[in-house]
Structure formats: C-alpha cells, structure tokens
Design a binder for this molecule. Structure first.
Ligand SMILES: [Zn+2]
Ligand SMILES: [Zn+2]
Length: 332
C-alpha cells in the first residue's frame, strides 16, 4: 500500500510503498476514507512529542473495516468506523482492571499500530467506534481527536444547567466545544486574541465574545465572570489570568500541550472553591455522544478538505495558523 511516512523530525512526510498490514488477534484492518489533521501532528513532526521513526501519523482516522483479526466479535467487514488515539490497554494493570485503560502505562495507540495517513491502517477493535450512518466521512474524522477532546472537557467541568461557559482558544477544538455547550443549552462566551475570529464565533452563535486586551481574568470579571472555562489555548499566561474570571465554585479545564506552568492564586482558590481540571480523551461515551450530536446537525465542524496528496501542504498551513478551523484529508 501507499503510506505517508515520517522518517525524521522537521522533514516532510514521505509518500512511499510499504507492505499491506495484516490484523493480529483483537485487531481490524481499515480501508481509510478520511483523516483529520491535528495540531499534535505538528508537535510530533517538530520532535516535541517524541515517537519512534519511521512511523505513519494520523490519529483522526475513519474508514471501512475490510479485514478482521482472530477473536474480534464486535465488528464486521464493511462497518464504518473511526479510531481513537487510545485503542486498548494491557488489560492486566490496576487501571485496566478498573476499565480505565486510558491510564494504562502500556497502551495500544496509533504510535504502536500506525496511523491513518495510508491506504490501510491496523487498529485494536476495542479502539474503534461505529459511525452514525448519515455522518459523512470528512465530518466524522476530526471528531476522533478534536471533538472527543472538546466533549471530554465539557464533561470534565461537571457542567450543569444554567452554567455560563467560556471557551478560550477558538480553533479546531474550541469551535466544536462552543457548539457542544450551545447544544447543551448554555450561555457561551468565546475568548480570543484575534478580532478576526470574533466574527467566526458570532456566526457559531456564541452569546458573547471577549477579544483579550490586557488581562483576560479581569476582563472576564467585568463581564460578570463564568462558571466554567474550557481552555484549548496554549498560552499558559492567558490561561492563568483567566482563572481570576471564574465565579465561586467555578471550574477551569485545561487540554493544551505546553511546557509552561499554569499559575493560580491559592487564596482566591480557597475562598471561591475553584478547581483546575486536566482533560484529554476521557470516556468512550464522549466520542460516541459527540458523533451523535454531529449526526443530528448540532455540531458541525468547520472544515477545509484536501486530497491526501496535499498532506504536507496542509501540515504547513496548520503550523502557520492558517487553517479555519479543522483540516481533513480525503482518501480513496
Ligand atoms: Zn489530535
Ligand atoms: Zn493496563
């Protein structure tokens, strides 16, 4: 098959022929139809998230199951599926025994099995999720990382009816989080550095937009504060400031990859009983539910679609911050 292979850091992916992969026990083979292009691909390519090379990237993959490995009972050839980053745990550690494979120290992921930027990929059956019938490939793909992260963040905040929710970082993840929070009936405030994105946020029916001027926390307070902040922003300075904009009992959820610390005033935290919560891809229900919201038309990823032949160009566009708001490559 043809695959786009990462051979070294800071090098374009190399399109080359590799042997057709065969599914082992508990695995399926998938004929790829579309793969979302994620900011994490850029982090991997830049060596900020080390992976063994050569490797096939692509962790927002969707396609049709075309071969079934021994012992797989849940899927059949022809099933439309997507694959999550964490596919399965070792099955034996304390976390796996508690059915929290996401905390397993030896998980099966795209890094061990290969990702979606190829004609075929191998995935653990446990890591696959059936797609709603009416959801197009290119809309489903980005939900497997950005949509999953956004739904998990929303739920990690223990969001309740009536909560006023702020979304900071209005990009591939943030624009889906806004739609999830709106679909759940919340008043939603988008926080951005970019006046250009403010218009996009209003089109997405954000109730209010805060374009950061100086200190986002004080600006948020002057707008009445919020119960929840869902952060998809890599700026830890702005994230730290934003915590001052929480109302009593407020929750700040962080999802971004950064080497910088988040800082918060402990005195304010104790009097206001605020929380800082980390979130990634938390529960299988989160991907299933965001797929359904998309199938119901309540979440519509804003997409740029490209043929897979343009993959290197798309990665450059993403690194330059030009993608609005999610890019997907279409395959086969
Ligand atoms: Zn991702
Ligand atoms: Zn385990």
């Amino acid at each position: 098959m043809k695959a786009n292979v990462m051979t070294a850091i800071r090098q374009p992916l190399e399109n080359r022929g590799v042997p057709d992969p065969q599914p082992g026990p508990g695995q399926v083979r998938i004929r790829m139809r579309a793969t979302g292009v994620c900011g994490t691909d850029v982090h991997v390519l830049n060596g900020e998230l080390p992976v063994p090379v050569p490797i096939i990237l692509g962790h927002e993959p969707v396609g049709e199951v075309d071969m079934i490995g021994p012992g797989v009972r849940s899927f059949r050839a022809g099933d439309r599926v997507g694959v999550s980053w964490f596919q399965a745990g070792c099955g034996r550690c304390r976390y796996c025994q508690k059915k929290h494979a996401k905390f397993c120290a030896e998980p099966k992921t795209w890094i061990s099995n290969g990702g979606g930027y190829a004609d075929y990929m191998i995935a653990e059956a446990e890591g696959c999720t059936l797609l709603p019938d009416n959801l197009p490939w290119e809309s489903a793909a980005p939900l497997f990382c950005s949509g999953f992260s956004a739904m998990s963040a929303y739920r990690a905040a223990r969001s309740q009816g009536g909560d006023r929710i702020a979304v900071i970082g209005f990009g591939g993840l943030g624009h889906i989080a806004v739609q999830i929070a709106k679909a759940m009936g919340h008043e939603v405030l988008v926080i951005t550095n970019s006046p250009g994105k403010a218009g996009d946020a209003r089109k997405m029916e954000a109730d209010e937009v805060l374009v950061i001027k100086d200190h986002v926390g004080r600006e948020l307070q002057s707008m009445g504060g919020v119960d929840v902040i869902l952060s998809f922003s890599p700026s830890m300075k702005q994230n730290s400031q934003s915590i001052e904009g929480l109302r009593p009992g407020g929750r700040f959820v962080t999802t971004a990859v950064s080497g910088e610390p988040i800082q918060a005033d402990p005195v304010s935290m104790l009097f206001k009983q605020t929380s800082i919560i980390g979130s990634a891809h938390n529960d299988a229900a989160d991907i299933i539910d965001v797929l359904q919201l998309a199938a119901d038309g309540k979440v519509k990823p804003w997409l740029e679609t490209y043929p897979i032949a343009d993959l290197n160009r798309v990665l450059t566009r993403l690194e330059e911050g030009k993608v609005r708001h999610r890019a997907v490559v279409v395959q086969g």
